[in-house]
Design a protein around this ligand. Structure first.
Ligand SMILES: [Zn+2]
Length: 192
């Protein structure tokens, strides 16, 4: 029972945008108070109460729209490498051994911001040195941007196991969330 009420439930905003992840206990309260409706149940989980068994919700949707500031991604090494799918943005190599490259070098006024930072393997970073990509004749795979400020990152740690959530996540977000960015998995080196 305790484990069941801890089941992760995806909470969608009224407009179907993922808002956060709560546990089943909290989801029951929201539904019970008429603040949310159940969109998906978890097939294999029930909570037995004195009156009747309840299916455990898997996805709920708020009946009213919550407005909140868009979540900002913190600019850290890990977040940056994750944004770039652990791929060198110059040669395309998938590696754990990445460095951070300032596209416009720092001493030339390049800021330490999402749109001036890319993941680069050591070889590419060394080759580029203190030059711009144009000067070094190195082409970026994609112009760096601030990663999606949507709420989708809240589902990241659950998404691989919760297939019933997938239809609520845009395909390109799913690709990004499920993509090759699992450098912590044992078979990472073999998969390259
Ligand atoms: Zn490289």
């Amino acid at each position: 029972m305790d484990r069941v009420v801890q089941t992760a439930v995806l909470v969608l905003n009224q407009n179907y945008e993922p808002l956060n992840v709560c546990n089943a206990r909290r989801a029951f309260v929201l539904v019970d108070r008429g603040k949310a409706e159940v969109l998906e149940h978890k097939d294999d989980s029930f909570i037995i109460t004195p009156t009747r068994p309840f299916c455990v919700p898997s996805v709920i949707r708020l009946v009213y729209l919550i407005r909140r500031p868009r979540p900002q991604r913190k600019l850290t090494r890990r977040e940056l490498f994750q944004r770039d799918n652990y791929t060198c943005q110059y040669c395309g190599k998938l590696t754990r051994d990445l460095t951070i490259d300032h596209v416009v070098p720092r001493f030339r006024g390049g800021p330490h911001t999402w749109d001036n930072l890319v993941s680069a393997c050591k070889a590419c970073n060394h080759r580029k040195a203190a030059r711009t990509p144009e000067e070094a004749r190195m082409k970026l795979k994609a112009p760096p941007t601030m990663p999606s400020a949507s709420g989708y990152y809240v589902v990241a740690q659950h998404i691989a196991l919760r297939y019933e959530w997938h239809k609520f996540i845009p395909e390109w977000e799913l690709d990004r969330l499920l993509g090759p960015c699992t450098p912590w998995s044992e078979d990472f080196s073999e998969r390259r």
